[in-house]
Design a protein around this ligand. Sequence first.
Ligand code: ZN
Length: 358
Amino acid sequence: MHAGSNPLPTGHETRKDTASAVVMYGDSLLIERPSFFPNRDYNVELDSLLMAEDFDAERVAQLRLIQTAGSLSNAQVTSLIDSLFTLSEVPYPLINEINLYITMLENQRARHSIFAAEVPHGSPHPAQQLYGNWNEEVPHPYKLNHTNPDTGFYLKLRDTLWFCDYYHPHNGPVTSRFGWRYGRRHSGIDVDLEVWDPVHAAFAGQVRVARFYGGYGRVVVIRHYNGLETLYAHLHRFKVKAGDYVEAGDVIGLGGSSGRSTGSHLHFEVRFRGEPVNPENLIDFRTQTLVGDTLVLHKTPHWYVGRTTNVTIHRVEKGDYLHKIAQQYGVSIQEICELNGIRRNSTLRVGQRLRISG
Ligand SMILES: [Zn+2]
C-alpha cells in the first residue's frame, strides 16, 4: 500500500508534490518521542496532556493520529491516498497519517515496535526521564535549576494506568507541620507513632534509598512513577532494600526514633526533583486521603508549592456522541470542542479520551 505503487498522474505539479512528500517522509516518523514522562502507552501521555493547563492541542492531535493510523483498513488507506491527488494542498497531518500507516505495514511487528519503543529497555527506574540518575546512597542527590521559577508541573496522584493509588503511611496525630520552624525549614511533616508501628509506602514505586543517613537515622526514599519521591525517616527497622519495587500500602519499615529525633515519630517528606513539597498540599492527614487526583506544582525559591485539582477525562464508548457527553457532564459542546481541539462534527472513536473540565 505504498503511495508510490499508485500510478503517478502526469503533468500536474501538485500531484507530484503530494507523491514526493509521502515518499520523502515515509522512512521516518515525524512524531517526536515524548521526553517528559516515561511512557507506558500513548493513552497515558494523552491523559497527562489533557490534564495540562496550557493544553497542547497539536500534540494531542499527533498522538491521536498514531492511535488511528494502526486501525485503518487497507481500503481506507487506499481511498485516503486517492483523495490526496484531488487536493490542491495536502494537509500535513494527512501525510503524517499515511506515513505512519506505511511504516507500520512494512513490518508486521512495526506497530508493536512503535509502542514498545516508548518504554526504554534497561532503564527500570520510575520517572527516570525526569531525573536522569538513580542514587542509592544519598537521599537528596539532585541539583535543581532555580532559574525558571514559573515552571509548573501536573502530576497524577491516582490513576490505575500509572499504577498510582494512595495509602496513608501511618495513622497518627500530626505533631509538627511543614514550613519554617525556629529559623530552620522543616521539609516534612511529623506523625506520632510507637516504636515497631508499621510504616506504609504512600504510593507504588521503587525504593531508591534504604540506609542510615545522618539526622534522618534509618531512612527510606521511594521514587514514584509520577516523579514524586517520598521519604520516611527515624525508622527502627527496614522492611525493604534499595531497588525493591513496592505497591502503595506495603510495609517499608517499622517506626522508631533513630537519628536526630526526640521521641518516636515518623518524619515524612514529599519531594519533587529533590525539592520539598508540603505533604498537606496533597494529603489530608485527618481523613488519611488525597486532597485531589492531580497535583499542580509551582517552583518557588525554597520549594514547590502544590495544589490539587480534579480534572475529568471521559473515555469515549460505543454509542457516544458529543451532545450526549456534554449533557452527561453538564457542559456545552463548544466547551468540549475547545478543550480538546476538535470540531462539532469530528468523529469520535471508541477509546478516545476527552478532557471535560479543569
Ligand atoms: Zn520532622
